[in-house]
Structure formats: structure tokens, C-alpha cells
Design a protein around this ligand. Structure first.
Ligand code: G4P
Length: 529
């Protein structure tokens, strides 16, 4: 019973957005509500500021900060909330995709003036594919922006979501008067002079009441009534089950910077957002309230100190409790490991804890045992699924620039790939190694880290690849597959899991291959089974 109670208290989620939409500001305001921090400005943004992309010290500093902000936990009312950080910078999108495998829901932040941006689109697509429950927060209502209905349309079309507005703005920018909360049926007035205060809300059951004119003015009252009528006609009523299934997305409006509309978002969130959800392993689905522990690694963070090569592996607890000093089975290695100082996270601090529950994240010190996707259990042979790789955008040969240090280079590459910094492909023809990354920035990070953490030097050479496609043969023994392998041998490689990958040099060659070899399936995601 205690286990069930603890688990049902947990709400583990991520905030996703295009950089600058207000993710950091919203996170900070949420923490203020939880009393986890006392003042604004306490949460450091871990985004890489424009122009600093080649500044290694900046990258190192950012890495340090992002350990601290990787998980932000706080209590609000009777819930324990875990916010998982998702880097907004597009070069770290893989990191964000992986973190999304550990959340039970997400909040999507959109800038009212910019609308749906590129990064939001990509991240939401991943959430949509995985049917993760999403709430949309439209931010910066204190600024001039797009018309609210136009924005709702844009969200529906570009993000392919089915929206259900649970709040609605009264005016915008200079004329921003406040927000009508459809969910709670009240009005929250925006006061320009005292923006930082959390204002009391005014209950408003009857939108027809003449009190509305007094509060917001007659033109605005008229407009609000018309808009709300339109909303009730056009959009579906809120349905929690549909939201949890990822089929309906509630929308809130507000201004994170002014702490406006944030309390409403949080109160609704803790009411509707799901507690830890069951997760599929290759063998079976695992329910959070099962008595025995299971969990998986979704992120590995290198230590800041180059003298110590230990790393912090982040585990999402899927079921049961994780206890300090208890032996757990590392399924891939088939060996038992004990952890004497597991870290739990609270606000922006981490501390050693004795017991953590399903839904929580623990940080384990690791000297190279873990790689992303590894499963830990109390003895059961389980392998959690769901950390796919996407085709990288950039590909380069990696060469050893110091022949005396080839062992170090080998080890460094293996460990960095285990952390998920980039993807490694080994060409079938000559065993040359190719590093694939989402952004060009990672090449500099890898070179720098190989030198400073492993004492190895590398150089790169361009390798023109349009896309990596994971190859699946309908019949591995047929002539068609044999011919495909023969004709494309220069472009075939193996990824770290040993899966066959076709490194296609153009969209045209993918298209041709698909036509010519219909029984050879080409996938753009590593996990296709
Ligand atoms: P991110 O994590 O999504 O990248 O965004 P972040 O919260 O850092 O916000 C980006 C910028 O937008 C910040 O300004 C922030 O103050 C501003 N902002 C966030 N919410 C609101 C809002 O509701 N209204 C308005 N007007 N601005 C908002 P900055 O000048 O880039 O950074 P800073 O120097 O203020 O930190």
C-alpha cells in the first residue's frame, strides 16, 4: 500500500520547446511554486548561447551546469514532481529524445509571437509517435503575438495535435488584460504595475454576468464571450482519458516571466497528468507498482573533473523501489552491482538517498559499466525497449592522429559512444570508423574530450552521407538481399549494436534502392521491430 501511495504521488515530466520560448523561465516559476527555490534567477539556463559554439570552456561549463539541472524535483501539494531537463539546442536533440523515454508526460512551450518553431516540431513529433501525454503552454502573452485562434490552428496543423483550450487570453501584448480559465471557470487579471505578484483569481461561473463588463471593459467582455462560445463549438471538451492516450492536448496561455498563468497550469497538471506509467520490456510490460525493482539508463553524464573518469548514469525507476547498497542485476553484463551512494535530486541539488520509488530518477556513479539503454533489475531477465537512434545529420571518418595512443583512442571512442555523444558506424569493407552526429558541434566536443579525458588525438575526414538507413531484410537468404549487399558494399556499415546500416549518399539513391530491392526495408530509426 505504501509503495502504491508513493508511486501515485509521482509526476515525472519534461518541458520541451524551441530555444528561447521560455522553458528555463517556466521551470524556474514552477520551482518557485514548489518552494524549492526562493528567488527568480536560481535556475541556470544550460543552453549554449549563440556565438559560443566553439568555446570549449563554455561547453565544459554548460556540461557542469546541466548535471545540476538534469533533474529538478520538488513537492507541490501532495505530489512529488520530477522535471527532467531536455536541452533545447538542436545539436543536443539526441539527448532530448533519450530523455523523452524517461518521462511520463510533457509540457510544450510555444512563444506567442513566433508560433510553432522547428525544434518544437521535431520534439513533438517524437512525443506524438510515442503517444506521450502533452500539455501546451503558449507563453509571452505580455508581448504582441499571433491571434489566439490562429495559433491554435497552427498548433493543430504543424504539430498534428488535437487541441483543447483550457484557458483563453483576454487581449494581448499592450492590451493584455488577463486570462479566463476554462478549466477552473475563473478570471485572473493581469496587473501591469505589480506584475511579479501572484494575483488572486476571481471566480466566474456565469460568463453572461454583467460583472464581466466591470472587470475587463465592455468591448473585451463582448469579445471574450464570443470567443468562448466559438471555443466550445469548435474544440472538443476535455477528456482525461484521451489526453493520457496522447489523443487530445490541453492548451494554456500565460506569461512565464510574469508568473502569470503558471499556477493554473501547475494545478491542472497535477490533477490530470499521469503517475508513472507501465513500460514495455522486450519480454513483457512492467507495471510501476510491482514489488521488485527495475529501471533503465537514459542518460550518462561525464564528470567535470578530467582526473576522475567516473560518470553519473541516470536511471529511471520503472517499478518497485531502488535501495542503497542492495545488489541489482546489470542485465547486459549478467553481473550484480551495488551502489553505496545513489544520488537523488531535489531542486537544483543532489543528495544521497536510501530509497527511491518508481517514477523517480537516481544518479549512479559509474566507472564504465553502463551504456545508454542498459537495464537493472532484482534478478529478472528484462530488457527495456525504446531508446532508438535516428539518422545523424553529419558523418565524418575519425582517424588516429597519434599512433602511440591508439588504445586510449579506442577506449575514449567506446565510452563517449556509450554516453550517447554521437553514433559510431564501422564500414564493412575496411573497418574504418565513421562518427555520425546531429550537429557539427559534437565533433569539437569529441576531439576535446578525447584529448583531455583520454589523452588521445583524433582528426576527421569528410564522408558524404545523406542519411543512415537501418537495413532489414524480409528474407536474409534471398538473392535480392545478396545483390543489395554486393552492389552497395561500399556504403554498408554496422552500428554499435551490430545492426546493418546503409549510408546512402543521396535521397535519390535511397529511392532507387527501395525500388530495386523491395524486400530490403530501409528504416530511418534504429528501432523498427
Ligand atoms: P529557453 O529556456 O526556452 O531557451 O528560454 P528562456 O526561459 O531562457 O527565455 C528566453 C527569453 O525569453 C528570456 O529573455 C526570458 O526572460 C524571456 N521570456 C520568458 N518568458 C517570457 C514572458 O512570459 N514574457 C516575456 N516578455 N519574455 C519572456 P532573454 O532576454 O533572452 O534572457 P534573460 O537575459 O532575460 O535571461
Amino acid at each position: 500500500m505504501q509503495l502504491e501511495k508513493e508511486i501515485n504521488k509521482r509526476r515525472t515530466f519534461g518541458i520541451i520547446s524551441h530555444p528561447d520560448a521560455g522553458k528555463t523561465t517556466l521551470t524556474e516559476k514552477l520551482l518557485l511554486f514548489g518552494g524549492a527555490i526562493q528567488e527568480a534567477g536560481a535556475v541556470k539556463s544550460n543552453k549554449i548561447k549563440k556565438g559560443a559554439t566553439s568555446d570549449f570552456m563554455e561547453i565544459e561549463r554548460q556540461r557542469g551546469i546541466s548535471v545540476a539541472t538534469s533533474v529538478l524535483a520538488f513537492n507541490y501539494r501532495d505530489k512529488k514532481i520530477n522535471i527532467l531537463d531536455t536541452p533545447g539546442h538542436k545539436d543536443f536533440a539526441e539527448d532530448t529524445f533519450r530523455t523523452l523515454t524517461a518521462v511520463d508526460s510533457v509540457i510544450v512551450v510555444i512563444d506567442v509571437a513566433k508560433g510553432v518553431e522547428e525544434q518544437t516540431q521535431k520534439l513533438v513529433e517524437v512525443c506524438r509517435m510515442r503517444k506521450i501525454p502533452m500539455i501546451v503552454f503558449i507563453n509571452k502573452l505580455d508581448r504582441e503575438g499571433k491571434d489566439a485562434f490562429d495559433l491554435l490552428d497552427e498548433v493543430e496543423q504543424k504539430l498534428e495535435l488535437k487541441v483543447c483550450p483550457l484557458s483563453y487570453p483576454i487581449g494581448m501584448g499592450y492590451d493584455f488584460k488577463g486570462i479566463y480559465n476554462i478549466w477552473e471557470k475563473n478570471i485572473n487579471l493581469f496587473s501591469g504595475d505589480n506584475k511579479k505578484n501572484i494575483k488572486d483569481t476571481i471566480a466566474f461561473d456565469d460568463i453572461e454576468s454583467p460583472e464581466l463588463e466591470k472587470l475587463i471593459g465592455s468591448d473585451e467582455a463582448e469579445e471574450l464571450r464570443t470567443d468562448l462560445e466559438l471555443i466550445s463549438e469548435v474544440y472538443p471538451d476535455f477528456d482525461r482519458e484521451a489526453y493520457i492516450k496522447g489523443e487530445l492536448q490541453p492548451v494554456f496561455f500565460g506569461s512565464a516571466l510574469n508568473n502569470f498563468g503558471v499556477r493554473e497550469l501547475l494545478d491542472c497538471f497535477i490533477t490530470i497528468a499521469p503517475p508513472p506509467l507501465p513500460k514495455k520490456a522486450e519480454e513483457r510490460a512492467v507495471t510501476p507498482t510491482e514489488n521488485t525493482f527495475s529501471g533503465f539508463v537514459f542518460k550518462i553524464h561525464a564528470n567535470m573533473d578530467p582526473k576522475h573518469r567516473d560518470r553519473l548514469a541516470f536511471i529511471k525507476i520503472v517499478s518497485g523501489t531502488f535501495e542503497r547498497n542492495k545488489p541489482y542485476l546489470h542485465v547486459r553484463h549478467q553481473k550484480n552491482l551495488k551502489f553505496s551512494s545513489p544520488n537523488a535530486f531535489f531542486a537544483e541539488k543532489k543528495e544521497i538517498v536510501d530509497v527511491s520509488y518508481a517514477g523517480d530518477i537516481v544518479g549512479l556513479h559509474d566507472t564504465g559499466n553502463f551504456k545508454i539503454g542498459d537495464t537493472l533489475t532484482e534478478g529478472e531477465q528484462l530488457n527495456f525497449k525504446g531508446i532508438p537512434s535516428f539518422s545523424p545529420e553529419h558523418f565524418r571518418y575519425i582517424n588516429n592522429a597519434d599512433p602511440m595512443k591508439s588504445k586510449q583512442l579506442e577506449k575514449g571512442i567506446t565510452q563517449l559512444m556509450d554516453e550517447g555523444v554521437a553514433q559510431l558506424f564501422t564500414l564493412q569493407l575496411n573497418n574504418r570508423k565513421i562518427i555520425g552526429t546531429v550537429g557539427a558541434l559534437q565533433y569539437e566536443v569529441i576531439q576535446y574530450r578525447l584529448e583531455h579525458e583520454y589523452g588521445a588525438k583524433c582528426s576527421y575526414e569528410n564522408f558524404p552521407v545523406h542519411k543512415a538507413c537501418w537495413v532489414e531484410a524480409e528474407d536474409p537468404n534471398n538473392e535480392e538481399f545478396a545483390e543489395f549487399k554486393r552492389v552497395k558494399q561500399k556504403f554498408l556499415a554496422h552500428d554499435k549494436q551490430g545492426q546493418l546500416v546503409f549510408l546512402a549518399d543521396s535521397a535519390f539513391s535511397i529511392q532507387m534502392a527501395q525500388q530495386k530491392y523491395p524486400t530490403v526495408k530501409l528504416h530511418f530509426v534504429s528501432e523498427y521491430k
